[in-house]
Write a new protein. Sequence first.
Length: 248
Amino acid sequence: MTTVAQEIKCSHCGAPVEFKPGEIVATCKYCGFTTVIETGQAFTFEHSLILNRFDPKSIDNPIHAWLSGGFLKPGDLAKKSKLVERDLVYLPFWLVSVEAKSTYKGIFERIAPAIVKEGTISKEYDWLVLARQASIFPTHEYLVPLEGKIPFDFRKIEGFAKLLNSEIDREAALEMAKQQIEDHHRFLLQQDVDKIVEIKTEVNAKAEVYLHAPIWFIKYEYKGKVYQLIIEGTGGTALTGDIPPSRF
C-alpha cells in the first residue's frame, strides 16, 4: 500500500517539517530553514517576512474602528457585535516585479462611424500572487508594506500564529501574474475601446520574492449570525469584511 509522507526532516536542523499534500515550499518552524519539498533542496529565492504589530488584545482596536465607521453598516453594529475568533495566519505570497506590455486592437463605438484603435499599455508592477490553491483573498486590496520587509526569521512568528506553506511555485506564480495583469489591462482598455479585437501581453519578470505576511481572520457575531473580517497585521487596515444587512 502506498502512503504519502506528510513530514520531512529539515536538512538544516534535523527537526520534523510538517506539510500537507499540495504544498511545494515548506518552512521549518524550529529554525526557519526553507525547503522545496519536491527536491528536498534549499530554497533559492529571497524569503522575506512582513512583521505583525498586533496581539490578540490590541487587534481589537482596528476591529472596533471598522465596526464603528463606514457606510451601509447598522448603527448599532459596534455596540451589539461579539467577537468570536481572532486568528493570526502568516500567508505565503509571491511578489513578482515585472515589466508588462500589452499590444491591442479594438473598436471605439461611442461615435459614428465606429473607428478601429490600436495601441499599447506599458507598465511596471510589483504584482502580488497568493501562494495557495483555491483560496479567496482580496490580493488587490492588500498593499504589502515592503518598507517593513525583513529576511525571514522564525523567531518573529508568534507562538499562537499559524504559518502556511506555499502550494504554488515560481513558474506558476509568474503565469498567474501574467494572466491577472492581462485581465487588468483589459479592464483599463474599457476606457479607450468598447470592443477588444485582439490583445497580446508580454511580461518580463525582473525579480521574485517569496514572503509571509501577517493576516488576521476575524469572526464576529451580530444578531445571531456570524460574519468575517480580514485585517492586515502591520497597520491594522481592514482588507475586506462582511457587513450585516441594515434596515435602511
